[in-house]
Design a protein around this ligand. Structure first.
Ligand code: GDP
Length: 137
């Protein structure tokens, strides 16, 4: 059993598609082990995306991630990390395969509806960033 971190980003929360996105996870064998809706601070968003700090899009990314509430989840299931990445689709929604979350609900590379951990190692780090052990059930 693997666990991975998923974030429904501000664009998708504003659009009112939280339920539709969660349905993709639950219909594909991913269980919601933890979930909360939060408004990220600039510091939190910046630290979470710390690996991108030197990239030209970093400022836009932090601005976007703090532009409204997000829903943060721990997804659990067999091969959860890769399964979630497959369900999400490519980073740029214009390149995302038909039927993926980003193809169906996202507009642009910055407003791309969801985040998902890209490796098991990062999943562990990202889950710890947002959740206490006692909150993952
Ligand atoms: P992900 O793992 O598919 O989310 O992609 P990355 O880890 O590479 O990038 C993190 C986030 O930064 C993406 O989800 C996008 O929201 C944003 N991002 C990545 N590349 C670009 C870019 O070239 N331009 C802009 N504006 N945002 C980007």
């Amino acid at each position: 059993m693997e666990q991975t971190l998923s974030i429904i980003k501000p664009d998708a929360v504003k659009k009112g598609v939280i339920g539709k996105i969660i349905d993709r996870f639950e219909s594909n064998g991913l269980r919601i082990a933890a979930m909360k809706k939060v408004q990220l601070s600039e510091t939190q968003a910046g630290d979470f995306y710390g690996v991108h700090r030197e990239r030209p899009f970093f400022k836009d990314l932090v601005e976007f991630m703090t532009s409204g509430p997000v829903v943060i989840m721990v997804l659990e299931g067999e091969g959860a990390v890769l399964k979630n990445r497959d369900l999400m689709g490519a980073t740029n929604p214009k390149e995302a395969a038909a039927g993926t979350i980003r193809a169906d609900f996202a507009e642009s590379i910055d407003a791309n509806a969801v985040h998902g951990s890209d490796s098991l190692e990062n999943a562990g780090i990202e889950i710890k960033f947002f959740f206490d052990k006692s909150e993952v059930l």
